[in-house]
Design a binder for this molecule. Sequence first.
Ligand SMILES: [Zn+2]
Length: 225
Amino acid sequence: MSTPWKQARPSRPESCNILRVKKRVETPQQRWARENRDKLAAACRRWRKRHPEKQKAATYGWRKRNLKKWNAYQRSWRRKNRDRTNPLLRAFRVENREVLNEKRRKYRALNLRMMRAIARKYYRDNFERKRVEHDTALARRKLAEGRYTVAEWRQLLRKWQYQCAYCQRRLTRKTATADHLIALSIGGTNWIKNIVPACLPCNQRKNSLSKSEYLKRLRKSRKFQ
Ligand SMILES: [Zn+2]
């Protein structure tokens, strides 16, 4: 069966330019440049040396015209050369400490409500991380060594199936607290192997007792209840 509507379709007009794009021809200069890369590079170097101010102007001009590219390049360079930039930044901060502090104080005063809202939201979203940081700081203050991560803490909770290590009360990620088996005050560490999940009452009552001492006390108080 024939399809007359297809046959009726007009063919491509003769004037269509897409079909007649000229193949680019290499000029003699381009060919020489391609074949004599190192000669050209040497010539460029000589030219730059002879015209330092023109070279500078050209460089700055390029940067101005390609600000986005230039900024991206600088960012990536800084990221790759942290060891070189960090001492410079630190020196800058030390040298300008007062000015920077003043700037920060002013900014805080102007944006107090916003900053508090941000801090609250951050705490809500990262409460476990904040608590781990708090524990780390506390341990350091008590001159105990060790730190643990949020991932380790969550793994520990799963291992204990979200139960208090002492009274087996059910815990949630919100209600669980980190208890140091050997208290920090009597030489325990803040490493994860010295930590068990505990409910807040157990954590507070245990204080610096050992595990067996506290369990004994817990059984006794249960008998009298
Ligand atoms: Zn408990």
